[in-house]
Write a protein of this length. Structure first.
Ligand code: XBP
Ligand code: MG
Length: 258
């Protein structure tokens, strides 16, 4: 039994709160490329490969180093990439403002349960802060930005996931013992980061991450689930869900203590 009671939930954003990669970030990258007059195009499969690295700017560099080596890089590559990324962020937040990407099943319910129970909430993500703002605002409402004690995002730490820095930053800001927290992730790079910060981690997979290695996860689910949309346990002890086909706060406390 853990000595600490569960005090806080720390959420990843992309792939965890919402399925943002395929129909959000990928589309926004392509719009930015087109607007810049580049013939780059990231299809669904290529984008899956590029998710090997976190961070949009880092992803564009990986693309040039590994998949588009014929492209003649400008001398000021960092500035060039930063400009493209600024445009990509504008396209992405515009997509979100149209309500095109909903939260994943169970996310809003669980956040509400946690708030009602007085749990502390935080975000630890690699994406740009403006993207988190836009997603929260257009799904949970304007007020929701204040529900999270810390929104740790993007370049706030020098090393992105899989480094543990972003979770460690959030824990430090909250003055929270990792033993009193639980992280929610969807990817291999994500779980390396959360486990690296000593946080027990619940995984919900998505199409891009379903074959990732989630060794060390407290439980792996296909989704958080809702009373009318059952979740499946893919790794871990089914009994942790207490016979309920969705993850609620009581189950989370069991998972945290297990
Ligand atoms: C998210 C990322 C981000 C997004 C794109 O990873 O890697 O780079 O894909 O956002 P995680 P930016 O879910 O592990 O935080 O373009 O703003 O980087
Ligand atoms: Mg993620």
């Amino acid at each position: 039994m853990s000595k600490e009671t569960l005090q806080a939930l720390l959420f990843d954003v992309d792939g965890t709160l919402a399925d943002t990669e395929k129909d959000g970030h990928r589309v926004a990258f392509n719009l930015a490329f087109e607007q810049a007059g580049l013939d780059w195009h990231w299809d669904v499969a290529l984008y899956g490969e590029l998710l090997e690295v976190t961070g949009g700017k880092e992803r564009m560099k990986l693309y040039l180093d590994k998949y588009n080596t014929d492209f003649e890089k400008p001398e000021n590559l960092d500035d060039f990439i930063a400009e493209l990324h600024k445009s990509k962020t504008a396209h992405y937040t515009e997509l979100l403002s149209r309500g095109s990407i909903p939260l994943r099943p169970g996310v809003e319910r669980l956040i509400n349960e946690a708030r009602d129970a007085g749990l502390r909430l935080a975000i630890a993500t690699t994406t740009t802060p403006a993207n988190v703002d836009a997603l929260l605002r257009h799904t949970l409402g304007e007020d929701s930005l204040n529900w999270f004690e810390v929104i740790a995002a993007g370049d706030i730490v020098p090393a992105k996931k899989p480094a543990a820095d972003i979770y460690q930053y959030a824990l430090k800001e909250m003055q929270l013992d990792p033993a009193a927290g639980l992280a929610f992730e969807d990817s291999y790079n994500g779980i390396l980061s959360s486990l690296g910060a000593d946080l027990k981690t619940v995984i919900t997979i998505n199409d891009y991450t379903k074959d990732h290695d989630f060794s060390g996860a407290a439980i792996v689910l296909d989704q958080l689930g809702e009373p009318d949309s059952a979740c499946r346990v893919l790794q871990g002890d089914e009994r942790l869900l207490n016979g309920q086909p969705w993850l609620n706060l009581d189950n989370l406390k069991h998972i945290h203590q297990a």
